[in-house]
Design a protein around this ligand. Structure first.
Ligand SMILES: [Fe+2]
Length: 152
């Protein structure tokens, strides 16, 4: 309990081997550490790509209105990168403009909304039709790896 609100601790090891995130279901707040940012995921220092996919699957399964309190203000840089990796994604282009406006007004871009990430975060697109095309027996991890390679 924190401030009379129940807090669920998520094991999201990948960035580091003991990385955790904190989820407050009542207020829809998710403190994600360095696991997810606007348009991207955290660097994988101590885990594997498979660990990161497992962590992101837990996050994507949360309600769309979940507010993601990520640990850095990286939004514009990585959304521009997401627009490069997914040039077909109109939602990403729109969101780049939203972020530019916020920053121009000296406003924070965090918290992020999970529903926005689902549309524009390349690392949440392991089952997106664009990346899957015909699956041909490919696993989520193989598709996730392809996204990571395209990201470079
Ligand atoms: Fe960090």
């Amino acid at each position: 309990m924190v401030n009379n609100q129940e807090c669920e601790v998520f094991d999201v090891h990948a960035h580091t081997r003991a990385h955790v995130a904190y989820y407050f279901a009542e207020s829809h707040d998710f403190f994600s550490g360095d696991t997810i940012f606007a348009g991207t995921c955290g660097a994988i220092f101590e885990g594997t790509l498979s660990d990161m996919l497992t962590a992101l699957k837990k996050i994507r399964a949360l309600p769309g209105q979940t507010k993601i309190w990520c640990a850095h203000e990286y939004s514009l840089m990585y959304l521009k990168n997401a627009a490069r990796v997914e040039p077909w994604n109109e939602a990403t282009k729109t969101r780049v403009k939203v972020m530019e406006d916020l920053l121009q007004q000296k406003q924070p871009t965090v918290p992020l909304l999970l529903s926005d990430e689902i549309l524009t975060n390349i690392y949440l697109h392991w089952d997106h039709p664009h990346w899957v095309q015909s699956r041909n027996g490919k696993t989520d991890l193989e598709i996730f790896q392809k996204i990571a390679e395209t990201d470079g």
